[in-house]
Design a binder for this molecule. Structure first.
Ligand SMILES: [Zn+2]
Length: 259
């Protein structure tokens, strides 16, 4: 079993990518100067691709450490995008199945419904930081100041309501750009990815989502779920996933608190 201490992986050197970026661009300039654009241009494009692709890989460690497996034999349920009009129903489902989950909340939504944050905690669940305003179209491209604000304001909002800041962070749409790690270090946040997801996007059906997620429901899975989506299927999906866990004899538990 992984020691709980290793689960809370706060970035140690959030700018470690910067020298590599500078070195790569110097090499591109050197290549262009010595061999011309036919070598320089492809090298430029390749070097930029190497630094851009990891932003869109939810479990990439390129810009920040990420936890994508839970310790031990239990499953770690994570529910993103709340609080919402569905939060109380989600809590009832979790109670019915004796399951615990981490709710990755959006700061603005928590400020609008603080009573739901309290209820989540009262029923023995945990909170995580999922940005302050959930700017999903441009989250990947936020600059250092905007990123610090998105993560910092959510942290402040949740700490003010809950009485203690969260320890977990999840990137919006799983995108982690070069400026996320500095904010995680400042707020002692560990980034959490996932190993099981059903792609419950706009056009999903509950059956399709559960069929995609089911093969990955195994000991140590981190399961990505959502609440409050416009398609209205989130509760059906959560209920079906909880039933699947029960059928397989898997328990949904929170990772042990760390010091
Ligand atoms: Zn989200």
């Amino acid at each position: 079993m992984t020691a709980p201490e290793t689960l809370h992986r706060i970035p140690v050197r959030p700018w470690r990518w910067l020298p590599w970026l500078l070195i790569s661009q110097l090499l591109v300039a050197l290549l262009w100067w010595r061999l011309g654009w036919m070598w320089g241009l492809p090298a430029l494009l390749l070097s930029h691709t190497l630094f851009i692709v990891p932003v869109f890989l939810p479990n990439s460690r390129f810009y920040a450490p990420v936890v994508s497996r839970a310790p031990g034999q239990d499953v770690w349920l994570t529910i993103d995008d709340g609080p919402s009009a569905e939060t109380l129903a989600v809590l009832d489902l979790l109670d019915q199945h004796d399951a615990k989950a981490t709710f990755f909340m959006v700061g603005e939504r928590a400020q609008a419904r603080p009573e739901l944050v309290h209820e989540v905690l009262r029923r023995g669940h945990d909170l995580g930081n999922h940005s302050h305003s959930h700017p999903q179209a441009r989250f990947w491209a936020l600059g250092p100041a905007q990123m610090a604000q998105e993560i910092g304001q959510c942290q402040q909002a949740l700490a003010a309501i809950a009485g203690a800041p969260p320890r977990w962070y999840r990137s919006v749409v799983g995108m982690t750009n070069p400026f996320v790690a500095a904010a995680l270090k400042r707020h002692a946040l560990a980034r959490i990815g996932w190993s099981a997801r059903g792609y419950d996007g706009v056009d999903c059906t509950p059956e399709g989502v559960v069929a995609r997620i089911a093969p990955d429901l195994e000991p140590g899975a981190i399961v990505l779920l959502h609440e409050g989506a416009a398609h209205g299927h989130n509760l059906a999906i959560i209920e079906a996933v909880l039933q699947q866990l029960q059928t397989r004899g898997l328990r949904a538990r929170l990772p042990q608190p760390t010091a």
